[in-house]
Design a protein around this ligand. Structure first.
Ligand code: ADP
Ligand code: MG
Length: 351
């Protein structure tokens, strides 16, 4: 009987061939995987947008929590989300992998399946990458290329005082899921020792939904693109580090500030059920939890109805959560009008 294949019998080029075997031809790809560089053709009149992201085992994901199929999906999803936030059309991706020598081939196959599945869902073609051995954990780096007409690209810098601040779908689901995973499903303890109320998430209806929001986020490609092409939005960003931090980037680059209303923050039914009885915790997660991969954008209050119509077409909700102010700084107000002070400002790698 032949030895079962593994990474060392396959080698670097065998693995690249294995990935390439699942990649078909695609629009705009003149030369794909296999040459020294890929050759692509932009649609005439479009500008090229490029973004790159790294995912490190132990920092961004744990293989005991993240199944490889959904890890493959998320590796590309986070990059597609950046493109959505610019209002652009994702086209091509490069996938670079540093792989521990003992990594099972089945894991890499499932990863590739997930990556190529979400690529197909969003019209992205895999056109190349790099493959090497890792002395540490698995490292995934994805570069995405996209295109859009120059006048339709939405930046972080366009917000104006008086604009509404909007967010798509719901906030805090992924951060709640992470805290569930960190504590284990059977724990009856809340994540912070300073919280008196306890809650058990084991058996909470909707915990699968929450976990999938963390492990398999949905980039808002169509919403971002339609908002951009409508010309209604003045600034946009995707929420990866929490609304407070990411709206903070819009505010800084636009030279404005903002007021967010705590009671307006949209949360899912599963989120509310799981955090019932924990007064401070839900607000922290929704404001600063991170990994929502929703869009935050700004627009004149007069555009509310048109924006609601666009969202309906996209099949997602969007909610106005605050107002852009002339005064710099971002303030969060409680329902009684008093400021809310957050303990943690959002995720930051070096703090
Ligand atoms: P070079 O030595 O010139 O850098 P490589 O041997 O690294 O070329 O890559 C050969 C081809 O395979 C290139 O087209 C490259 O883009 C592609 N490639 C390498 N790794 C990957 C990967 N993980 N996914 C997709 N394509 C890849
Ligand atoms: Mg190479």
């Amino acid at each position: 009987m032949k030895n079962p294949q593994n990474l060392s019998s396959l080698g670097e080029f065998g693995l690249i061939d294995r990935i390439a075997a699942n990649v078909g031809s695609a629009a705009g790809v003149v030369t794909g995987i296999g040459d020294d560089a890929a050759v692509t053709a932009l649609t005439p009149g479009m500008q090229l947008l490029t973004s790159t992201d790294m995912l490190l085992e132990g920092v961004h994901f744990r293989l005991d929590w993240h199944d490889p199929y959904r890890l493959g999906r998320k590796s590309l999803a986070v990059s597609i989300s950046d493109i959505a936030a610019m209002g652009a059309v994702p086209r091509w991706a490069l996938l670079s992998l540093a792989i521990p020598a003992d990594c099972p081939l089945e894991l890499l196959d499932a990863f590739t399946r997930g990556f190529l599945a979400i690529a197909a869902e969003h019209g992205v073609a895999l056109i190349g990458g790099d493959t090497c051995a890792s002395q540490g954990g698995l490292v995934v780096s994805v570069t995405i290329m996209a295109e859009q007409q120059p006048d339709l690209i939405v930046r972080r810098s366009g917000a104006c005082p008086g604009d509404d601040i909007w967010v798509t779908a719901t906030l805090g689901d992924a951060a709640l899921a992470l805290s569930i995973l960190e504590r284990g499903f059977d724990s009856a303890q809340p994540p912070n020792s300073d919280m008196q109320t306890t809650c058990s998430l084991s058996g909470v209806e909707g915990s699968d939904f929450l976990i999938s929001r963390l492990l398999d986020p949905t980039p808002r490609t169509l919403a971002g693109r339609m908002l951009a092409e409508s010309g209604l939005v003045s600034a946009m960003i995707d929420i990866s580090d929490g609304l407070l931090a990411d709206f903070g980037h819009i505010a800084e680059l636009s030279g404005v500030g903002g007021t967010l209303h705590l009671d307006a923050l949209p949360t899912s039914g599963a989120f509310r059920a799981a955090t019932r009885g924990l007064p401070a915790f839900p607000h922290q997660l929704a404001l600063a939890g991170g990994e929502d991969y929703e869009l935050c954008f700004t627009a004149l209050p007069g555009h509310r109805e048109k924006i609601a119509q666009i969202m309906k077409t996209c099949g997602i909700e969007a909610t106005p959560v605050g107002i852009v102010t002339t005064l710099s700084g971002v303030t969060v107000l409680q329902s009684d009008g008093t400021p809310y002070n957050l303990q943690t400002p959002g995720f930051n790698h070096f703090i």
